[in-house]
Ligand binder design. Structure first.
Ligand SMILES: C[S@@+](CC[C@H](N)C(=O)[O-])C[C@H]1O[C@@H](n2cnc3c(N)ncnc32)[C@H](O)[C@@H]1O
Length: 443
């Protein structure tokens, strides 16, 4: 039984029309009209428009009644139907984004710390690295990841050891560690609401901002770059209403999600010189943890080494002249949000946080680090020099230099792993091997 019929009959009677009058004036057959009025069939959109004109009633009001009758007529199980109506409403409102929202709230995992493109990330080597560390060490309670990068090694260490020290020079990495690891109050529902709001923004309606002016049409599609800049400013504006943990989570969430739509090969030294395919930014929360046993630093490794005492120090420095602060400058700018004047094709900020490990001082710095840190075991990741087309890809510390440095402090065992590294450039990795040095430091 369609209820629109009863509504139409009531209006007709109020207007004192006979069915045949209506037939004459609308061209709708009288037998069809009575089937409509008795709720046995639905009027078509066209028929309803003619009737609303004749009866002088708001056509859209009647069309809504018709559409809802149609929906109800297709429901097979009323209990499921009522819930499905709410879902259908959300599908209509959110369009393509609905599926993402559904996956996030019901089926998907939050974004893992390893889900990031980062040169030198050991994400794929974690099992092997810890297998060797466990094999070669005993009585380990404290672990220091002194060049932590993405933090994937620290992420494994926090699950295994009582105390973990995490360090990197970059501001962006520091925010990420605080978001993924640090202890602190945070409210998941509050952040999910904020993120849902960000996802609902129509970027075409936004004005240009610092981020879109500098990076739009280069590293990100123009409209999405407006959304990114808008979100970053909004996080700043909300800072007073967020805990420190919540603030860091929102920024880290932004970094992890924009990495997925960036027009790059995984770093910000350059962008792809082709028209950018629009990919909407859809933020998904990162996998937040709160560990009571972590200490997070943003310090130069060699300065921190003088203050650290631990059982194992894991050393994974840059291997070549490519400075991480320059490769990931866009995240540094996004995190610091002090809006410096940017320059060059890649829109980099003024130079900051340059590492000795990317220069001819690398071997000296490594020797200083190894000799100054108080650790029972030193574990160093290193990859063999590969035949490289560019001199910037050549290792700054030779294998021999590294072996000599470690020999000075203890006994070393070396492990080798064939590994296809995340490269992001055109450099060829011929026989690329990942090496792990585990040194038992002399008493
Ligand atoms: C090879 S990456 C580390 C990768 C990391 N193990 C991972 O799995 O993601 C080297 C890191 O060292 C950091 N770095 C470079 N020089 C540094 C220094 N002097 N002190 C602290 N961190 C430094 C860089 O920012 C970069 O994140």
């Amino acid at each position: 039984m369609y209820q629109i019929g009863r509504i139409l009959k009531t209006i007709r009677e109020e207007r004192s029309f006979q069915i045949l009058d209506v037939q004459d004036q609308t061209g709708i057959d009288s037998s069809q009209l009575s089937r409509i009025e008795t709720g046995k069939r639905l009027p078509t959109v066209e028929q309803l428009t003619r009737l609303s004109t004749l009866y002088r009633v708001d056509n859209s009001l009647l069309q809504i009644q018709r559409e809802s009758d149609k929906i109800i007529g297709s429901i097979e199980d009323p209990a499921i139907g009522i819930i499905s109506l709410d879902v259908a409403k959300e599908k209509l409102i959110y369009g393509h984004n609905y599926i993402n929202m559904f996956m996030d709230s019901h089926l998907s995992q939050p974004i893992a710390i390893s889900s990031r493109r980062y040169i030198g990330s050991k994400a794929k080597l974690i099992d092997w690295i810890f297998e060797k560390i466990e094999e070669q060490t005993e009585n380990v309670h404290s672990f220091c990841d002194i060049f932590a990068g993405t933090g994937v090694v620290a992420n494994e260490a926090v699950r295994r050891y009582d105390h973990v020290i995490i360090n990197d020079l970059l501001y962006s990495n520091n925010v990420i560690y605080n978001a993924f690891f640090a202890a602190g109050e945070w409210d998941k529902n509050k952040l999910c609401d904020i993120i849902t709001g960000y996802n609902a923004i129509d970027p075409t309606k936004l004005d240009d901002n610092y981020f879109s002016i500098n990076f739009g049409g280069k590293f990100f599609e123009r409209n999405e770059s407006k959304r990114i800049g808008f979100i970053r400013q909004d996080i700043e504006d909300r800072k007073k209403d967020l805990t420190e943990k919540e603030y860091n989570i929102l920024i880290a969430t932004l970094i992890y999600n924009i990495d997925k739509i960036a027009n790059t090969l995984g770093h910000y030294e350059a962008y792809i010189q082709k028209p950018i395919q629009p990919k909407p930014l859809y933020l998904k929360l990162i996998d937040v943890n709160c560990y009571p046993n972590v200490d997070i630093h943003r310090a130069d490794s060699n300065q921190l080494a003088r203050q650290v005492t631990c059982d194992v120090v894991y050393i994974d420095p840059p291997y070549n002249s490519r400075q991480y602060s320059r490769f990931y400058h866009l995240y540094e700018t996004l995190v610091k949000w002090d809006m410096p004047i940017l320059s060059g094709v890649a829109m980099k900020p003024p130079i900051e946080n340059m590492s000795d490990y990317c220069s001819s001082k690398a071997a000296k710095a490594m020797k200083d680090l190894v000799c100054s840190i108080r650790a029972r075991y030193i574990v160093v990741s290193y990859n063999n020099t590969y035949k490289s087309k560019s001199s910037s890809s050549e290792n700054k510390i030779t294998l021999e230099e590294l072996e000599n440095i470690l020999r000075e402090v203890g006994e070393t065992v070396v492990f080798e792993h064939n590994h296809r590294a995340f490269n992001a450039g055109k450099t060829e990795f011929a026989n690329h091997k990942e090496l792990l040095f585990v040194t038992r430091v002399n008493e």
